[in-house]
Write a protein that binds this ligand. Structure first.
Ligand code: NDP
Length: 525
């Protein structure tokens, strides 16, 4: 599925004539005169044509957000110990959405014990064909309620509705469908006859694809016969709680899936709990390392899907217009909150000027704003904390001497926003070339030979993903072999399929999610 950002002329980026005005949040301004010239041409063209977009706002009516949410344990919602709660806010408006239960140690005990009982008495002994029926049911309900999920995810996360509608929710349903198909075929999955589940899985997920990450974790675990305790991210708990409702609707036996909302301490208590047999984590490398240390020697099986600093490599024979779309999707999809984002653009020197110029023109057409508007390409940054991190790293890029550019772009007054940003003149030692920014910020580097491209692409402690753009098939194969990345996309970027394994090397973690490989992490093999 291509993650295409709309090829439309922008209202917010490009049209409003702020070429010489620093923008809020990112402090970003157009710094290249040539680029500013290009954008003003675009603006004139648009004005001449009288292009205007009417608002196309998806209605919120389909979603009903309760003022308070409890923990989902043993098939029911209930308060946390001491009735502690925290707020979740809409990052596009800073509007408080709901109070959500904050799980503590005793709640973790309760959830793990419910999952253990369900594993031993119901889910573990259940034939795979029966388990599959529940997974199919969850998948179908996700499809039936997809609009509700899409709107809720956009409100709680800040990502554009066209992404939740066309990517997050359909892919989440697809994962349940896919793994439902495996539940009664585990004997033939290549792990030997009658592979056994591990028991209770503790799963901790991040905020960038809240429902999709829940599906990535739950679907293979359940198909393999495990029961689960899931900890969604603090800033995006609502879609996991709606998924818990779906589990009720699908009449999933109590205790098979439990959802504990809370902060980092809840996640730490969950992974350290002695009743857990498997830990699956997606998030930052720092927390992944802390988890690996915390459970070392416990015998728990561990899968870590951590950060990345992917190289998207464009050769001089690449189809430039396609590559531009791939570059844009690679780093500006989901506001760059993507572990496999193509955040380092490596362009062959002979075409670098042309590629950067076309990229700038393309960026002036992106529309930033209301995540619920169907024309929006770039939504809100998920939290103030993440906005601060992006702002700090971008400032470091300038301070270290890279050239910063953003399309003219007026940011909304409330909420957390950051203009799409491109750095040129980046050297490998710059922080913006080494650290995961996890925002809409692209660092452009150049190379002369394929060997240099490989060396630069691999010059990172991460190894999650990479892209290569060239018309030569042999070069694609050569690059894919040389680049140390779990996934290499050729003449495309950010394509996912439930049947395809995903995961990294080195500081990007270990273990694979998706496909037949994704089952291995939940089986005693
Ligand atoms: P974290 O790694 O802190 O969070 C991921 C999940 O782990 C959340 O559910 C979090 O809870 C939980 N958690 C936090 N601390 C612990 C702990 N000690 N033990 C167990 N679970 C824990 O990511 P952040 O949200 O803080 O983002 C920080 C940076 O991480 C980002 O700027 C980005 O660079 C990177 N990141 C990378 C992701 C990826 O997919 N590669 C995804 C998300 C972030 P809570 O939300 O309550 O803190």
């Amino acid at each position: 599925m291509p993650f295409a950002l709309g090829a439309i002329m922008g209202q917010d980026c490009g049209r409003q004539g702020l070429a010489d005005k620093a923008t809020r949040g990112g402090g970003a301004a157009v710094t290249s005169e040539k680029a500013a010239g290009a954008t003003s041409v675009l603006r004139r063209d648009q004005a001449d044509m009288g292009w205007e977009y009417a608002p196309a706002r998806e209605s919120r009516e389909i979603v009903s957000i309760a003022p308070e949410y409890g923990l989902f344990v043993n098939g029911d919602f209930g308060p946390a110990q001491g009735s502690k709660t925290f707020a979740t806010v809409n990052p596009a408006t800073e509007e408080p959405l709901a109070r959500v239960a904050l799980a503590g140690g005793r709640d973790v005990d309760r959830a793990v014990s419910a999952a253990r009982t369900a594993y031993e008495q119901v889910w573990g002994p259940m034939p795979g064909a029966e388990r599959a029926k529940y997974l199919y049911r969850i998948a179908r309900i996700l499809q039936e309620r997809s609009r509700e999920f899409a709107v809720l995810e956009s409100i709680d996360n800040g990502k554009p509705i066209k992404e939740t509608r066309d990517v997050d929710i359909p892919l989440a349903a697809a994962h349940f469908f896919y793994y439902a198909g495996w539940a009664d075929k585990l004997d033939y999955a290549g792990f030997g006859p009658q592979p056994r589940p591990l028991g209770v899985a503790g799963q901790v997920i991040p905020w960038n694809f809240p429902l999709l990450m829940a599906a990535w974790k739950l679907a293979p675990a359940l198909a393999a016969g495990n029961t689960c305790v899931l900890k969604p991210a603090e800033t995006t708990p609502l879609s996991a709680l709606l998924l818990a409702e779906v589990c009720q609707q699908a009449e999933l036996p109590p205790g098979v899936v439990n959802v504990l909302t809370g902060a980092g301490e809840t996640g730490a208590a969950l992974v350290a709990h002695p009743g857990i047999n498997k830990v699956a984590f997606t998030g930052s490398t720092e927390v992944g390392i802390a988890i690996a240390e915390a459970i070392a020697g416990s015998g728990k099986k561990l899968t870590l899907e951590l950060g990345g600093k992917a190289a998207n490599v464009v050769f001089d024979d690449a189809p430039v217009e396609q590559a531009i779309e791939g570059i844009v999707n690679g780093i500006f999809f989901n506001q760059g909150h993507v572990c496999c984002a193509g955040s380092r653009l490596l362009v062959q020197e002979s075409v670098a000027e042309h590629v950067v110029e076309r990229l700038r023109q393309r960026l002036t057409t992106l529309r930033l704003g209301d995540p619920l508007d169907k024309n929006t390409d770039i939504g809100a940054i998920n939290s103030r904390q993440q906005l601060d991190k992006i702002t700090e790293l971008s400032a470091a890029g300038e301070a270290e001497g890279a050239r910063r550019w953003s399309p003219p772009c007026e940011l909304p007054k409330k909420g957390f926003w950051f203009a799409p940003t491109v750095f040129t003149g980046v050297s490998q030692s710059h922080r913006i070339a080494r650290e995961e920014i996890f925002g809409p910020v692209l660092s452009v580097l150049t190379f002369r030979t394929p060997e240099e491209a490989v060396t630069k692409a691999n010059n990172t402690p991460y190894g999650l993903s990479a892209g290569v753009w060239t018309e030569k098939g042999s070069r694609i194969l050569w690059m894919a072999q040389k680049m140390r990345a779990g996934v290499v996309w050729a003449n495309t970027y950010n394509r996912f399929d439930p049947a395809s394994p995903f995961g990294g090397y080195r500081e990007s973690g270990f273990g694979r999610e998706g496909g037949r490989h994704g089952l291995a992490g939940y089986l005693d093999v």
